[in-house]
Ligand binder design. Sequence first.
Ligand code: ASP
Ligand code: MG
Length: 403
Amino acid sequence: MLIVKKFGGSSVADAERVMNVARIVTDSYREGHEVVVVVSAQGDTTDDLIAKAREIDPNANKREMDMLLASGEQISISLLAMACEKLGCPAISLLGWQAGFRTDSKYSVARIKKVKAERIRAELDKKKIVIVAGFQGLNKYDDVTTLGRGGSDTSAVAIAASMHADLCQIYTDVEGVYTADPRKVPNARKLSEITHDEMLELATLGAQVLNNRSVEMAKKYGIELEVLSSLKKAPGTKVKEVTNVEKMLITGVAKDTSIARIEIVGLPDSPGVAFKVFALVAQAHVNVDIILQSVGRDGTKDISFTVPENDGAKTVEAIREYCERKGATSINCDTDLAKVSVVGAGMETHEGVASKMFEALADANINIQTISTSEIKISVLIDRKDADRAVLSVHDKFFDNED
Ligand code: ASP
Ligand code: MG
């Protein structure tokens, strides 16, 4: 079998952990598999590199930022190759460009265009374990690019897709995907399987096991992923198109506490206003999530929407001039919020999920400010201070008396 294995930063944080990964990799190689390994930078290396750059210039040139950040993975791939050799197996490390990663030109958030995997193939044919630097590639100017934080997951999926791998395993420091954050919710359970769509919702909602772009790509190319622990030998969670288990009503409860809500009061209740506001937000490259528009009254309407917390101030700046010119009486950015969501493919065919969630929140005496739904997700906005309690209460309601 051709197996792609990806290891995150915590799995290769120090020499001992690197040796641990080398054992997993060489065991699989000795079983007769072709093994391609993708690794992230060790531990907090990427954060440390960013801090170094900030000491010089907080707004450093993005090309140079990518040049800097790509160095983190260069350390981990070479160390891991040495570790595999020490365990008696031939290995070779490759930087993103050597492994054939071509990307677009957007420094720090580059997208993979293709993986020309000839070199990887050639090294596999020489019976080597191939160890590839995640998170990086080369653009059309032959400059190094990086894929955005957490991008190594996407590197692994891209290799699996372009080489038609039989298996793509994402090793991390948790044992799989859970019904809620196991550090906060004591009775959270590990899921044996989850669909790409459910995982995508959970990934976007801040359940930080997989990078959401990697899940998007896995879905697009029909790649089955397995999320598992590098520290404990145990079956992980399979992320696949259709799960074998009967559709679970709810697969997970997630929270996102890094959101901001922009509220615009007193816009004219006329055509084209919402269009213009959101066009300005899009021009500022800000992703909008939950949008709410009030019913028009006295010729005016209010619009509120959520954005990533870090983009709050930038968003207000982008729309201020237009909104004031149109007579808006206030534009606020509220960061005292959290989004709590339940996700589950079973929702499409079962009624009563929303009421059950709202009942759990009422039980905990938590006020719902906004509700938003999609086919497989219900999200509410609540006070940020209530977020953990909300997750606990909702999780209890859906998972306590199952089994
Ligand atoms: N080292 C990069 C980061 O920390 C990429 C990754 O971990 O996937 O964001
Ligand atoms: Mg990392």
